[in-house]
Design a protein around this ligand. Structure first.
Ligand code: PLP
Length: 398
């Protein structure tokens, strides 16, 4: 028990926990899935193609390839990029595990570059410092939905002949310098996990405008196998299929894709609501010295997957754990995104040292994510603010 434990509130702001994220499904979504259930194809039918075309069109890419989940999609991108043993791939430590695990799946070596303390995204200067002759690719992550600095990062990739993969799991609907995420990098991944901007239950996709990557992604998603007569090395007859690489079964179902199409119709509406909620948080929290609200790069237009606050330790008694547990006891489902990946036991066993990205560690020590999802009511948002005010006054150093 901490010296600064918060007394259990007799009347918490909320009696049930407000989650930090949640899907928003309606009757149209349900009907779209039911229609597929009554049709001839429940996997790899017309809904997959419709979903891929819709996402590609939305982001301004030529192609899209749907996968079982975002992690599988990132795995596919690393395969298409040709990442293998001996190759280094630069990414951020402040992200979900999948952003660097995908490099390990292919036998490559993740190299962590530190974050910018304003945006919490990977710093282009730190990327440049980590480039060696073994560097093969950069995986830029759009943390919280705010795009990484894609102008500077694409220039670095071009100048050093590196493949640029964007982990846009959190940034569907975001723009950088007026251009949608999904059209910047060689390949961009989006996730359709229920907390993300739109959902297919589980799901992921890669968008690309590179035809070679497109064909490799299609192969990888289905056992490395093709029936496309233009791709075959020989042809024994109409039954013939050919395995040209070691792939997986990473195919999304038509049930999920139909849900995806229906959800995409509401994406702009969802993003608008997320932006409204973030603006209310910005306004209310900027009145509280000691709480840092998330700064936005002047070219970034975020679709706001997450709203991360930082609580400056010098202003408060106790520590992040106390403030976090206090907010939870008020019924606010706060979270922490993320623990620096290289501090995970698995990565420590691989030989990564603590201390390699000091900004990332400083960020981790003070970050608290607030609930943010489009279905939140105005009252939900006010409850979060009320709980923060209560916890803030309790811990503020007088
Ligand atoms: C959600 C997420 C993933 C993984 O996506 P799944 O669809 O859950 O596999 C990868 N990277 C980031 C940054 C994410 O937020």
């Amino acid at each position: 028990m901490s010296d600064h434990a918060y007394p259990t509130p007799s009347e918490p702001i909320r009696s049930t926990m407000l989650p930090y994220g949640q899907q928003w499904l309606d009757e149209q979504d349900i009907e779209a899935v039911v229609e597929v259930l009554k049709s001839d194809f429940i996997t790899q039918g017309p809904a997959i193609e419709a979903f891929e075309a819709k996402v590609a069109l939305y982001v301004g890419a030529k192609y899209a390839v749907a996968f079982t989940n975002g992690t599988a999609a990132l795995h596919g991108a690393c395969f298409a990029a040709g990442i293998g043993e001996g190759d280094e791939v630069i990414t951020t430590p402040i992200t979900f595990l999948a952003s660097s695990n995908c490099v390990l799946y292919q036998g490559g070596t993740p190299v962590f570059a530190d974050i910018d303390m304003d945006t919490y995204n990977i710093s282009p200067v730190e990327i440049e410092a980590k480039i060696t002759e073994r560097t093969k690719a950069i995986i830029a992550v759009d943390l919280t939905g705010q795009p990484a600095e894609m102008d500077r990062i694409s220039m670095l990739a071009r100048d050093h002949s590196l493949v640029l993969i964007e982990d846009g799991a959190q940034s569907l609907g975001s723009e950088f310098a007026g251009r949608k995420v999904g059209a910047w990098a060689d390949m961009t991944m989006f996730s359709f996990h229920p907390v993300k901007q739109v959902t297919t239950g589980e799901g992921g996709i890669i968008t690309t405008s590179n035809e070679e990557y497109y064909h490799k992604l299609l192969l990888f998603r289905s056992h490395g196998m093709t029936r496309d007569s233009k791709q075959l090395l020989k042809n024994d007859g109409p039954w013939y299929y050919e395995m040209q690489a070691l792939g997986y079964n990473y195919r999304m179902t038509d049930l999920q894709a139909a849900l995806g199409v229906s959800q995409m119709n509401k994406l702009d509406q969802f993003v608008a609501r997320r932006r409204d909620i973030a603006a209310i948080y910005d306004q209310k929290l900027s009145e509280l010295p000691g709480i840092v609200i998330p700064k936005q790069h002047n070219e970034a237009s975020s679709s706001w997957h997450l709203y991360v606050t930082r609580w400056l330790p010098e202003y408060f008694n106790g520590d992040r754990r106390d403030w976090f547990e206090a907010l939870r006891s008020e019924g606010i489902g706060v979270h922490v995104h993320y623990i620096p990946i290289y501090q995970q036991p698995y990565y420590q066993h691989l030989g990564y040292d603590t201390g390699i990205c000091p900004n990332a560690e400083r960020y981790y020590a003070s970050a608290i994510t607030l609930p943010l999802f489009p279905k939140m009511s105005d009252q939900d948002v006010l409850d979060v603010i009320a709980a923060i005010n209560k916890v803030y006054s309790y811990y503020l150093k007088k």
